[in-house]
Design a protein around this ligand. Structure first.
Ligand SMILES: [Zn+2]
Ligand SMILES: [Zn+2]
Length: 377
């Protein structure tokens, strides 16, 4: 267990304050029981799945698409890449961690969740989104341009997809309802290659826009599954606990040392948002390149606004897992330590933290607040 993890037993449990009731004990409005904006994200996903199902997935092969995505998420090539990176992490770690660190075990649960339930959900969302776009904007699909070689179309799709992933990721950090889903990814204090799987299933709704280049250019080329596996491999590698900056290549491709700055425990988090390429961060002034000082930076969320497996005397993986997945729906007024959008801005070439902490209680790393003691519900 990392040396900084010292936590009281009770901090493992989700912090719940007793809900206020009306003067005569009447039930309060739904908004006091659930965070309604989060419900709207779930609603969009549900509507999309229903539309796709009702339209027979636009004639696409649902089962075949699931099989293809399973290859990307948990196929032999992906498992091979993950296996190699797990070894590289032991050989050249950025931070010393036990081989069975709590965070690793928790992220393994997310890996299983992705390989089983998330794959069909993402396929349903993907096929439905494509069908809705085709129906609403049929002119968006370009016809085959004979002079454009297929590899050029594939390269264009790849770069544009990476750019739109960057944009959606920026949205995850700027829009509070999206942050409440994305917060889970940033809560990891034991980064590893498996942290790439530590995402809320519903966050995929925000990344649907990255499908647009593939829809527009479908007649000219399509991303081969192998390229998608490699893309996933690069993103997974960026999360690994590896001290690697890629040298000059690190100016173009996202390295582990580069992405770890995005997961930094303190300071702005809307920097180094790139998935595979750093060019988007550089274009929009959001790139912070690694230095000796940033390589071993701690990761996670200050004050642990989201329950994490590192807190408490026992990890309690399954109950923490359930609490983490339910967390985005909990009303803000139930939270002792509300989620903070940590943003930065460039000032004379330096990235400056412009996060405001109007209501954040003073808390240390282990989540022990100096604010009022939480009441466990
Ligand atoms: Zn992020
Ligand atoms: Zn990440």
């Amino acid at each position: 267990m990392p040396s900084f993890v010292v936590a009281p037993v009770h901090s493992i449990a989700p912090v719940v304050r007793r809900r206020p009731r009306g003067a005569n004990g009447a039930k309060l409005a739904p908004a006091s029981r659930v965070y309604l904006p989060a419900l709207s994200v779930a609603g969009i996903a549900a509507v999309l799945v229903w539309v796709g199902w009702a339209s027979h997935w636009g004639g696409a092969n649902f089962a075949g698409s699931i099989a293809s995505l399973r290859v990307v998420v948990s196929g032999p090539m992906t498992l091979g890449i993950v296996g190699v990176l797990l070894v590289v992490e032991r050989v050249r770690p950025a931070q010393r961690r036990p081989i069975f660190a709590r965070g690793y075990r928790q992220d393994l649960l997310y890996m299983v969740l992705n390989a089983t339930l998330v794959v069909p959900l993402v396929i349903a969302l993907t096929l439905s989104f494509s069908e809705v776009v085709h129906q609403a904007f049929p002119w968006i699909v370009l016809t085959r341009v004979g002079t454009v070689p297929r590899w050029a179309a594939i390269a264009a799709i790849f770069v544009a997809m990476d750019g739109l992933n960057w944009l959606a990721h920026l949205g995850n950090h700027r829009v509070r309802v999206l942050w409440r889903f994305h917060e889970l990814h940033h809560s990891q204090e034991d980064m590893s290659v498996m942290t790439v799987f530590r995402t809320h299933p519903l966050i995929h709704v925000s990344y649907l826009i990255a499908l647009l280049p593939g829809i527009v250019l479908v007649a000219n080329g399509a991303l081969p599954t192998t390229l998608l596996v490699l893309y996933g491999g690069v993103v997974a590698f960026a999360h690994s606990n590896t001290n690697l900056g890629f040298g000059l290549l690190g100016r173009v491709f996202v390295s582990p040392n580069y992405h770890r700055i995005h997961h930094k425990l303190d300071g702005p988090q809307d920097v180094n948002l790139g998935f595979a390429l750093t060019i988007w961060d550089q274009l929009f002034g959001r790139a912070v390149f690694p230095t000796e000082a940033t390589i071993r930076t701690e990761t996670g969320l200050p004050g642990r606004p989201l329950v994490v497996e590192q807190a408490g005397d026992r990890p309690r993986h399954l109950s923490v897992f359930a609490a983490q997945l339910v967390a985005p729906f909990r009303p803000m007024d139930e939270l002792a330590n509300p989620p903070t959008l940590r943003t930065g801005t460039r000032w004379r070439g330096e990235m400056v933290d412009r996060t405001s902490h109007p209501s954040t209680p003073s808390v240390d790393r282990a989540g022990r607040g100096t604010a009022e003691e939480p009441v466990l519900g």
